[in-house]
Design a protein around this ligand. Structure first.
Ligand code: AMP
Length: 522
């Protein structure tokens, strides 16, 4: 297969193509809704599987496309997303979902780097992608989802599901790149099957007639969770707005039963602070899986109070999709446990099939409780970075994924994250973990969001600066924030300066851009 740098022992082992998840659901639950836009069912499972098999037929008929080739997707959330993903897998091709909010230059970079020969786009993005792709000679076809050409593809002769090997590329997942160029994490059919199995073991159960509502991008966690839902014949619902709007979500919940969402923590916070929540009936809300960035204990407790036992946390990264650890629904609700608050501030124990250890800079194991880099091993870990052997070798050295995240394990196997290694502040020779300070500042009733960073200082190396977003109309005073810090954490961890701002800079997946804050602070 093209682009392989890391050859595992599974390289030549035949493996079940992910497309067979859809084919099986179409056999067992043919008449069940599979895809919906807003309230409207667009396709049953039988129809979804037929569309994808025909699309695969059309893709197989394009002479330039050979097995393992990449199929790029530049689309806002839409029901066609799932048709295209499964169609690509069915044809033995790999999908390259791109975040719809990327900059044209970022699209051009990914299109060129992935070498995709075909790109599916939503109508509103067609002109932008055509423009971005002007200097990308490898891209030969741009197909607008829902267009006449797309419909023609859906009427091609269906083909049989392509044979794949365990290590064949299924999803080229470009990291969100909060610093530097994004890298393509190669996720194979085996990796995504491992993710799927872990979902059922550690995250949630799913029944046919349940649904996943994609209010977060298909190109990231929400799209990855397409797989367990398709396996169980549950419906994938795309909001009419194609994005996240609390009022629309409350509306959809009046219709769609057994609903699951994947949210970044900021989306959970926005949902529970939405004025519409008070009047909303959330009984159809089954599960919110959250992750991708820190969830502060205060926000989590508030969400549990307002929504009930509906939260599950996952910790993962593009390189180990959605699957390193999970904090179960049961742990969220075990309020009498002596370590409840510590557990709520953790990301839980390792998921099924995943080994986690904490290591020093030389990859030596550290004792329980000590903070070091989080290393991960298991079938879910990526095969390597696309066409980047140096980065692959560095990241996977010794057979362990080096996450770049710092954390500590307790005796029961619960992992607590301590920020990315590059976000740790070193002030006067002591390490300060921003999250610890942020947790304290959030105890203030008037604080909506905050982020803590280090600013260069001639004497101490770095000094601590807190960016604080007050809630609408709230009066947040520095002396109060300072008093909170004095009450809860060591004096040297107190911010030396506070900046009140209207909003924190975030990337397309809701992660706070600390690099931007560092520039602002200087
Ligand atoms: P991405 O590859 O875009 O999914 O980003 C992965 C990174 O997000 C991880 O390496 C962590 O730094 C962060 N992250 C993921 N899940 C969590 C979580 N539950 N809590 C805190 N940070 C998280």
């Amino acid at each position: 297969m093209q682009g392989s740098q890391v050859c595992g022992s599974d390289a030549t082992k035949p493996f079940m193509n992910l497309a067979s998840l859809l084919a099986r659901a179409a056999q067992t639950t043919p008449d069940t809704p599979a895809l919906a836009l807003g309230y409207t069912v667009i396709a049953t499972y039988a129809e979804h599987a037929e569309h994808s098999a025909r699309l695969a037929g059309a893709l197989t008929g394009i002479p330039e496309l050979t097995p393992g080739d990449r199929v790029a997707i530049a689309m806002k959330n839409a029901p066609e997303y799932s048709e295209i993903m499964f169609g690509a897998w069915h044809a033995g091709l790999a999908a390259v979902p791109m975040n719809a909010r990327l900059h044209p230059r970022e699209f051009a970079y990914i299109l060129e780097n992935s070498g995709a020969k075909i790109c599916f786009v939503s109508e509103d993005m067609a002109a932008g992608i055509a423009d971005a792709a002007k200097d990308v000679p490898t891209l030969e076809h741009i197909v607008i989802a829902g267009s006449a050409r797309y419909r023609e593809m859906l009427s091609a002769e269906p083909v049989a599901i392509a044979d794949v090997h365990a290590d064949d590329l299924a999803w080229l997942f470009y990291t969100s790149g909060t610093t530097g160029r994004p890298k393509g994490a190669m996720l194979t059919h085996k990796n995504l099957r491992a993710m799927n199995d872990a979902y059922f073991a550690n995250v949630d159960d799913i029944q046919s007639r349940d649904c996943v509502i994609h209010a977060a991008p298909y190109s990231h966690g929400s799209g990855l969770y397409m797989l367990p839902h398709v396996e169980r014949g549950a419906c994938q619902v795309v909001p009419a707005s194609s994005g996240f709007d609390p009022d629309e979500i409350f509306d959809l919940l009046t219709v769609w039963k057994g609903s699951t969402f994947f949210f970044a923590p900021t989306m959970v916070t926005r949902l529970i602070n939405a004025p519409g929540l008070a009047a909303a009936d959330t009984s159809n809300l089954k599960t919110i899986v959250y992750g991708g960035a820190p969830m502060y204990a205060e926000d989590c407790l508030k969400a549990l109070d307002l929504l009930g036992p509906k939260l599950v946390q996952i910790y993962g990264q593009g390189e180990s999709p959605m699957t390193i650890t999970a904090l179960s629904r049961a742990v969220h609700m075990d309020r009498d446990h002596p370590h409840y608050h510590d557990r709520l501030a953790s990301v839980g124990p390792a998921q099924k099939g995943v080994e986690v250890r904490i290591a020093d800079e030389d990859d030596n194991d550290l004792p329980l409780g000590e903070i070091g880099e989080i290393l991960v091993r298991g079938d879910v870990v990526m095969k390597g970075y696309w066409q980047n052997p140096e980065a692959s070798a560095a990241s996977l050295r010794g057979g362990w994924l080096h996450t770049g995240d710092m954390g500590a394990l307790d005796g029961a196997g619960f992992l607590t994250l301590k920020d990315r290694s590059k976000d740790v502040i070193i002030s006067g020779g002591s390490n300060v973990y921003p999250r610890e300070v942020e947790e304290v500042l959030l105890r203030h009733n008037g604080v909506l969001e905050c982020s803590v960073i280090g600013r260069p200082h001639p004497d101490w190396g770095e000094e601590i600066v807190a960016f604080v977003v007050p809630k609408a109309g709230a009066d947040v005073r520095e002396v109060e924030l300072d008093a909170l810090c004095l009450e809860h954490i060591a004096r040297f961890k107190r911010p030396k300066a506070y900046r009140m701002i209207d909003a924190l800079p975030k990337n397309n997946y809701g992660k706070v851009l600390k690099t931007d804050l560092r520039e602002l602070a200087e």
